[in-house]
Write a protein that binds this ligand. Structure first.
Ligand SMILES: C[S@@+](CC[C@H](N)C(=O)[O-])C[C@H]1O[C@@H](n2cnc3c(N)ncnc32)[C@H](O)[C@@H]1O
Length: 260
């Protein structure tokens, strides 16, 4: 399946709510963050799947499926998987919706979607979470796996998600959040910031893959709070946005577009 290119600039809010402050050890300022993130995922696309599998001891796809079903994904739905990456959420979603449904994968990295094409046959669109090339009220379900920390602006991103969902449609955002307890934070930080980047380097001999995984933790550690994310969802119009926590670091944010 071809990758369709539709790469408009994201809508810019006058007061953007950025997911984390600029991380100057990686890029100079907020204006350079976008280019850095695109470069990082393009460079490391061929390593992403095995690193994530190793890091989560192979449980990642099992968990993604549980979360999609918990949020209400079912047969025959129209789904947009934003920041689809190498396609793990899109693949699982297309198994759930079956032949009567349809899944679209969208990402800013062409190389990540080239990897996705090897595992799932759905239409892929090269675009940005902040500017979705779809008409209003197009989807029953919108998913985003582990990429909210990389968007330019939480407010305009949620406004776009709200716009393309049909009345009654559901958004599901999978994210990683620091554990609440100090000991939990210490343990998870040691594993994700010290061990995982080394495994990524040893398995790939790629410094960029190591950087991908140090950046991974640094964005989690510096991300705005779950309450700020829920408030932004609510401000964009989502009804009763909620957060389900699993294993102390997995957050599932859900919201419903009113109507229907
Ligand atoms: C950590 S990967 C997640 C991939 C997949 N969703 C998963 O569950 O494993 C993050 C993906 O988000 C994409 N991404 C980052 N910022 C984006 C944006 N603003 N719009 C669309 N995709 C974006 C990256 O290119 C990358 O493929």
């Amino acid at each position: 399946m071809a990758i369709l290119c539709a790469m408009p600039s994201p809508v810019q809010d006058k007061n953007p709510l950025i997911p984390h402050p600029p991380l100057k050890q990686y890029y100079a300022d907020e204006d350079h963050r976008r280019g850095f993130v695109s470069w990082l995922f393009d460079e490391t696309a061929c390593h992403y799947d095995w690193i994530i599998r190793a890091m989560s001891f192979g449980s990642g796809n099992w968990y993604r499926k549980k979360a999609l079903v918990r949020a209400g994904l079912r047969e025959n739905m129209q789904v947009l998987d934003v920041a689809t990456g190498t396609g793990p959420v899109a693949k699982t979603a297309s198994e759930i919706v079956g032949p009567g449904g349809q899944v679209f994968g969208l990402d800013r990295s062409i190389n990540m979607m080239k990897e996705a094409r090897k595992v799932v046959s759905v239409p892929f669109i090269h675009s940005d979470a902040g500017r979705l090339p779809f008409a209003d009220n197009s989807f029953d379900f919108l998913s985003m796996g582990y990429a909210l920390r990389h968007v330019d602006d939480l407010n305009s991103t949620f406004e776009e998600y709200f716009r393309v969902l049909k009345p009654g449609g559901t958004v599901l955002i999978l994210e990683l959040t620091q554990p609440e307890s100090a000991i939990g934070r210490k343990f998870v930080k040691f594993y994700l910031r010290q061990i995982v980047p080394k495994i990524a380097y040893l398995g790939s001999r790629s410094k960029d893959a190591e950087t991908l995984m140090t950046y991974f933790w640094d964005t989690i550690e510096n991300c705005v709070s779950p309450d700020t994310i829920l408030a932004a969802m609510s401000q964009s119009g989502f009804e009763n946005p909620g957060r389900n926590r699993a294993l102390s670091i997995f957050s599932e944010y859900t919201g419903r577009k009113p109507g229907a």
